[in-house]
Design a binder for this molecule. Structure first.
Ligand code: SAM
Length: 311
């Protein structure tokens, strides 16, 4: 079949097709059975769609945030490696995470005494609660949870609180989250951590945004002595997703499987994707990426010239 027919074939699969722009030059098209909600909040465009391949999906400013089919892979990879590297995380801060995914994973750790979630957009949370109740489940009834709707960076600049773990799960670096991937931001994160604390942020696609990932990784290194990255393939993102951990004392790469096992058991952490033996695998990065982390020429992301995903 000639390439023209192929392209007709791709367009003509029937039903609604969603065209997601990963970058200026890379897009994905997936079929949508039903649009459950489409609108604009004060800060971003929002759609909730139901799809044959990924189930329900949240899309913000045209970028897939999670799909019910594989959100557990993303949120378990974001939360458990850093939480289990900490001997006893009690006070946790989530910046962003308005879809409830990171929150439900953090609450699984019975060491947690309080988790504060600071998401800019109250409407995103309302719409997720209404159209994808599976994400928040009973998290918001948990007495340990405190929700604030404001800019995460402003919160960090104003808070006197100190946290054991800070999880940054904001939208890709453009629009409202642009200043949450800069040197100045990670300094604020570092200032809000207790001694022995650690932060983690998702840090873009290993293939679709290699340069942006290396930039974020190097920028985190300006604020923390130990910076480690782990990764997991997220089918609904169409790429291997990177998660970068920063700490001055903790090192997730040297975690002993036995210790992870003990801590999971003691904390009653139940998972579907993450387990002790996979921890090391998540931190084992391909050789070409290790080379890029060492040698790729990138500029540190600053408030004046922040890393941006051009979509
Ligand atoms: N897992 C997703 C990803 O990989 O991009 C992120 C999910 S979560 C829905 C992203 C959240 O970041 C949204 O709810 C959005 O409102 C929030 N957000 C964006 N900019 C923010 C800011 N400046 N402060 C706090 N939250 C912000």
């Amino acid at each position: 079949m000639s390439s023209d027919d192929d392209s007709d074939q791709a367009i003509d699969v029937g039903g609604i097709l969603y065209h997601e722009r990963l970058t200026k030059t890379l897009s994905r098209i997936f079929q949508v059975n039903k649009v459950l909600y489409a609108g604009r909040t004060k800060y971003q465009r929002i759609e909730v769609v139901d799809t044959p391949d990924f189930g329900k999906m949240l899309i913000l400013d045209g970028k897939v945030q999670f799909s019910l089919k594989d959100e557990f892979i993303y949120h378990e990879s974001l939360v458990h490696p850093v939480m289990l590297t900490h001997p006893s995380p009690e006070k946790v801060l989530i910046i962003g995470g308005g879809d409830g995914g990171a929150l439900k994973e953090v609450l699984k750790h019975n060491t947690v005494k309080s988790v504060t979630l600071v998401d800019l957009d109250e409407e995103v949370m309302k719409i997720v609660k209404k159209y994808v109740p599976e994400m928040f489940k009973d998290s918001l009834k948990d007495p340990r949870v405190k929700i604030l709707n404001m800019d995460g960076r402003k919160f960090l600049a104003e808070t006197e609180n100190k946290y054991d773990i800070i999880i940054v799960d904001v939208t890709d670096p453009f629009g409202p989250s642009t200043l949450l991937y800069t040197k100045e931001f990670y300094q604020l994160v570092s200032n809000a951590l207790k001694d022995g604390g650690a932060m983690v942020t998702h840090s873009e696609g290993m293939f679709s945004c290699r340069k942006e990932f290396v930039t974020i990784y190097r920028t985190i290194k300006t604020a923390f002595r130990k910076v480690r990255a782990c990764s997991a393939f997220i089918p609904s993102f169409g790429d291997v997703w990177m998660f970068t951990i920063g700490s001055n004392t903790l090192d997730p790469v040297n975690m002993d499987v036995k210790i992870i096992e003990e801590r999971m058991k003691k904390r009653h952490v139940e998972t579907r994707f993450y387990y002790p033996e996979i921890h090391k695998v998540l931190f084992t990065l391909p050789k070409d990426l290790l080379k890029d982390l060492k040698e790729m020429k990138v500029e540190i992301s600053t408030d004046k010239s922040p890393v941006q995903i051009s979509a």
